[in-house]
Design a protein around this ligand. Structure first.
Ligand code: EPZ
Length: 417
């Protein structure tokens, strides 16, 4: 079992380059199934979830060639429409192949994603919306058996609740439905805008007609495309918090600051000094950290994927902070581990009260999910003494070269076999 050893406390200092976005790459990879022409994707992050999604595409018959972050996909002979549990269970985004497989073949058998540490991860919103495009489905032994006997027919659909995955699945499916689809109450995360830009680069006809409303005119054919995936805004936010929590001085490159303005404004309010340039954010941490209350929300609100990270920072605040997790039902798995490092966080349902003025001490720790594991690293960087973080396979799902990037700016961190 691989683990990470971290010695703290020390200030981070220097430059960090942000990689491509995992959460933009995954729906874009799923959407390549619509094409039977050559597709070239650039700036893909070299992380486990991307390899899992590529394996899933290969299991469906895609021919892929992945080298130095560039992926060439050919679907000339892509004929299969069965996505197995073995691949989908480790990466819930596997359900995103359902929409494109239905658009292409009119039927598909895809494993239910199953739950994970942060929640049950249902797909009821995906399925109800697909049925409005004419899809019939039944769930048999953990698989979705779905078919659209007359093909997908465009329709007007309003999501009952904002869902990133359901919005992505439906945008992809509607791109090759017959006629026009209008989706309302869509999620508008930047990764979804990136997916739409990718589909348009393939010749799809898609237009945002209001803040959360999108119009899609189905097309029969798509064309060859080369597309570069956007930067990973959650990785960027994570390193901004790393600078703030270690009172460091970091220049974070390869990003678009306007996309993370909520996070930047919150970090400024907490006390960090931040200067924004075209593709760079320069952050200098402050010894005085101001407590504040945070509520996670769909974009452009504060991202749930940064909740664990900002919690670490607020442990060093000058008072109490309240964190409300409004997206997932069980996303406080990091709290017990942080408390073992000296934090004093109490939770009640989806609310956490974070006591301030904490100084962390190193400990042996257990990662539970992707973002919780990185919050343990942030705490370990500012803790006195040695920390060992177990089960870092969670981390490898979504952070490219994290030890290398942190070592380069002065962290004492290494991977133990
Ligand atoms: C995406 O997950 C991201 N994953 C998550 O990032 C992110 O936390 C989440 O969006 C919210 O921003 C990818 O993009 C691959 P949702 P997704 O559908 O699509 C409920 C990470 O760390 N819901 O917006 O699964 C659901 O249970 C990951 O990179 C239903 O009830 O999120 C949750 O409570 C973690 N029924 C809420 O909606 C459904 O059919 C939001 O889920 C679908 C979702």
């Amino acid at each position: 079992m691989k683990k990470l050893e971290v010695f703290g406390a020390n200030k981070l200092n220097g430059h960090i380059n942000i990689s491509g976005s995992k959460n933009a790459s995954l729906p874009i990879l799923a959407a390549t199934l619509l094409s039977n022409k050559k597709v070239c994707l650039k700036n893909l992050p070299n992380v486990k979830d991307i390899h899992t999604m590529i394996n899933l595409l290969q299991s469906l018959g895609s021919k892929t060639n992945f080298y130095n972050k560039k992926l060439i996909i050919n679907n000339f002979k892509q004929k299969k429409n069965f996505a197995s549990y073995a691949l989908v269970k480790t990466m819930r985004a596997g359900i995103l192949v359902l929409g494109p497989l239905l658009a292409k073949f009119g039927n598909a058998k895809v494993s239910l994603p199953g739950g994970c540490a942060i929640g049950t991860r249902p797909i009821d919103i995906h399925l109800k919306a697909l049925s409005k495009l004419g899809v019939k489905y039944k769930i048999v032994q953990g698989y979705v058996h779905a078919s659209a006997p007359k093909g997908l027919i465009g329709s007007k659909i309003s999501f009952p609740k904002i869902s990133v995955g359901a919005t992505e699945n439906l945008i992809i499916a509607a791109s090759q439905a017959k006629g026009t689809t209008v989706l309302s109450n869509c999620a508008i995360e930047p990764e979804i805008k990136d997916l739409v830009n990718f589909l348009i680069s393939m010749g799809c006809s898609i237009k945002w007609i209001a803040k959360r409303k999108i119009k899609i005119d189905g097309v029969k054919e798509t064309k060859e495309t080369t597309y570069s995936v956007m930067f990973d805004r959650i990785e960027a936010g994570t390193y901004l918090v790393a600078a703030a929590v270690t009172e460091g001085n970091l220049k974070i490159n390869n990003l678009i600051p306007s996309i993370i303005k909520t996070e930047i404004n919150i970090l400024k309010k907490i006390g960090a000094k931040i200067r924004v340039k075209r593709n760079q954010v320069h952050i200098i941490g402050n010894k005085k950290i101001k407590s504040m209350n945070i509520k996670t929300a769909p974009y452009p609100g504060f991202p749930t994927d940064l909740q664990a990270q900002i919690m670490v920072l607020l442990c060093k605040g000058n008072n109490k902070s309240l964190i409300k997790e409004d997206i997932f039902e069980n996303r406080f798995m990091h709290v017990a581990e942080l408390n073992r490092m000296g934090a004093q966080i109490s939770t009640n349902g989806n609310k956490a009260v974070v006591k301030g003025n904490i100084s962390f001490t190193g400990a042996e720790l257990m990662a539970t999910d992707l973002r919780a594991s990185v919050s343990l690293i942030l705490a370990a960087l500012t803790a006195k003494g040695k920390s060992v973080i177990n089960r870092i396979y969670h981390l490898d799902r979504g952070y490219e070269d994290i030890e290398k990037k942190l070592k380069k700016v002065g962290a004492k961190i290494r991977r133990l076999k």
